[in-house]
Design a protein around this ligand. Structure first.
Ligand code: SF4
Ligand code: F3S
Ligand code: FES
Length: 232
């Protein structure tokens, strides 16, 4: 079958503004959007620029706006989208070229929540042990692949780019509720800031966008509750 693939193109070295280009592409219904982009680049326009690495939903590098929703290009198939497919860069982030967005601000926010184990106790002889129940407490948020689909779909982030965003809160949650970690108070202090968790208006776009199925809103509410509990 043929699909009509529209791609929002932008080359900062020649274009005054982004513009749509349309490509007719012969596809199999089971092809993924990433396959289509690779095909266009190989057969129609070698200058088309996009990020990808693993090709299997693990690295998080090919999140983009596909038929109006943030998706991983390597996970969404033609048979889920139909014969008209539009692809644009993630909203709310500066475009570097075509489907490539500037991620340094996103990763800067990620770093502010100290996304690593904090524990100054002497190292045990073997691993720091944890019960299955304690591990389950933060299991959902370990699944994050830092694709930015959530943060870039969030209207609160669009309105206020200083908002730390759902991805950074998910990453903070992963450590705040880890029984081996001792940095929760520091992270809760950071997220109690005016650009922290209170910027979330429970709009749920993030949950819809997350390719890992993480219950992001629940994670945000749990972090908010921990901040309130800390004050109490
Ligand atoms: Fe991507 Fe989900 Fe992680 Fe957000 S929480 S960065 S959507 S994997
Ligand atoms: Fe934004 Fe998700 Fe909250 S879309 S407002 S972070 S529920
Ligand atoms: Fe790695 Fe899609 S290419 S997640």
């Amino acid at each position: 079958m043929d699909v009509n693939l529209r791609i929002l193109r932008y080359n900062p070295e020649g274009d005054a503004a982004p513009h749509w280009e349309t490509y007719q592409v012969a596809v199999d219904p089971m092809d993924r959007v990433l396959d289509l982009l690779i095909k266009v680049k190989a057969e129609q326009d070698g200058s088309l620029s996009f990020r990808r690495s693993c090709g299997h939903g693990i690295c998080g590098s090919d999140a983009m706006l596909i038929n109006g929703r943030n998706r991983l290009a390597c996970r969404i198939r033609v048979d889920q989208l139909g014969k008209k497919i539009s692809v644009a860069p993630l909203p709310g982030l500066p475009v570097v070229k075509d489907l490539i967005v500037e991620m340094s601000g996103f990763f800067g926010k990620y770093r502010t929540v100290k996304p690593y184990l904090i524990n100054d106790q002497p190292e045990p002889e073997r691993e720091r042990r944890q019960s299955p129940g304690d591990r389950a407490r933060f299991d959902d948020t370990t699944k994050c692949i830092l694709c930015a689909a959530c943060t870039s779909s969030c209207p609160s982030f669009w309105a206020r780019p200083e908002y730390v965003g759902p991805a950074a809160i998910v990453q903070a949650h992963r450590f705040i509720f880890d029984s081996r970690d001792e940095g929760a108070a520091e992270r809760l202090e950071i997220l109690a800031d005016e650009n922290g968790v209170w910027r979330c208006r429970t709009i749920f776009n993030c949950v819809d966008a997350c390719p890992r199925g993480i219950n992001i809103t629940r994670a945000i509410l749990e972090v908010s509750s921990a901040i309130v509990g800390r004050r109490g």
